[in-house]
Design a protein around this ligand. Structure first.
Ligand SMILES: NC(=O)c1ccc[n+]([C@@H]2O[C@H](COP(=O)([O-])OP(=O)(O)OC[C@H]3O[C@@H](n4cnc5c(N)ncnc54)[C@H](O)[C@@H]3O)[C@@H](O)[C@H]2O)c1
Length: 287
């Protein structure tokens, strides 16, 4: 269902790799809501993924850029505005990658060159995008910028590795730049902390299927899907949320406010059975 929430708005969307990507779903929804936008990804991801198919469907172009490379970003921001015929009203940062995770390096055995790449790709790229836009004055008054984060910025989750540090930096950049861009241009900058979601980046995390299952059991509303995340992003791009800025907004079915749920406890209880814990304790928990 369309509400024309983005009619006449122009945007820039980073991070659509394939139809599982959160950025892909955001692009589809933004198109439905009447926005025009430019898509971007690295040349390698453009070859490995299917972003050109998305561009065709949304009647737009893909301008390649490595989000860690300032010259690429300057070119993208200039060309993007030329293509759209004006400044951006919204930007989505949906970028994440950890070479340490990819190579199976654990948090107590990090490769530091990889660690710097993790931070550069997954967090500092956000600052670079904002700084390039700020210098080119490329975002309209009351524009909206959103980046995607994860609860591992606040809580330790086994296997999330150095991406947790990257997300903490990402959320901090949203606050620090949110102050400057808000004060000067009324531009709002927020992060959305999304449920674990079956995408290419997500499934690279160690034990990801178990993490998805655990989060599903812990969340009273269940995990949020990529499509539901896209709906939430659209509200933040719309004019209905003009005074929301410098926030990390949890979009996780309630997970981040839980300590233990009945459904998760049940699994724990099954584990306890093996350890011969008294039956009556099990009965209490199963109630
Ligand atoms: N999937 C999850 O469980 C989950 C949960 C919370 C937050 N997130 C975040 O959502 C965002 C999108 O991830 P996704 O799950 O849709 O996976 P995805 O793999 O579809 O998207 C990640 C994107 O990052 C891009 N990218 C990597 N290096 C880049 C670079 N140097 N320059 C530009 N782009 C680059 C990739 O090409 C890819 O398109 C990420 O920030 C991720 O951390 C994902």
């Amino acid at each position: 269902m369309t509400h024309h929430l983005l009619t006449g708005k122009k945007g820039l969307i980073f991070g659509a790799l394939n139809d599982k990507s959160i950025a892909w779903k955001v692009a589809e929804r933004a198109h439905e809501e009447g926005a025009s936008f430019v898509l971007t990804n690295t040349p390698v991801s453009m070859r490995l993924g299917t972003i050109n198919e998305l561009a065709k469907r949304c009647n737009t172009v893909v301008i390649p850029a490595d989000a860690t490379n300032v010259a690429d970003l300057e070119n993208l921001v200039t060309k993007g505005q030329e293509h759209l015929g004006g400044k951006f009203d919204f930007i989505l940062h949906s970028i994440g990658m950890s070479p340490n995770v990819r190579k199976g390096r654990t948090y107590d055995d990090l490769d530091y060159a990889y660690f710097q790449q993790t931070l550069d790709i997954s967090a500092i790229s956000f600052h670079k995008i904002l700084q390039v836009c700020h210098k080119q004055d490329a975002i309209n008054e009351w524009g909206s910028v959103v980046a995607l984060s994860y609860v591992a910025a606040q809580r330790t989750l086994y296997g999330y590795n150095d991406m947790a540090d990257a997300k903490a930096v990402l959320e901090s950049i949203a606050r620090s730049f949110g102050y400057i861009y808000g004060r000067e241009k009324n531009v709002r900058i927020n992060t959305i902390s999304q449920s674990p979601t079956m995408t290419t980046a997500g499934s690279g995390i160690m034990g990801f299927e178990n993490l998805v299952d655990f989060a599903e059991r812990m969340s009273p509303l269940g995990n949020a899907t990529a499509a539901e995340c896209a709906d939430f992003v659209i509200t933040l791009f719309s004019d209905l949320t003009r005074k929301v800025t410098m926030q990390n907004l949890f979009h996780d079915g309630g997970y981040s406010s839980m300590g233990m749920s009945f459904r998760a406890m049940k699994i724990y209880n099954e584990g306890l059975e093996y350890r011969d814990v008294k039956n009556d304790l099990r009965k209490i928990i199963n109630k």
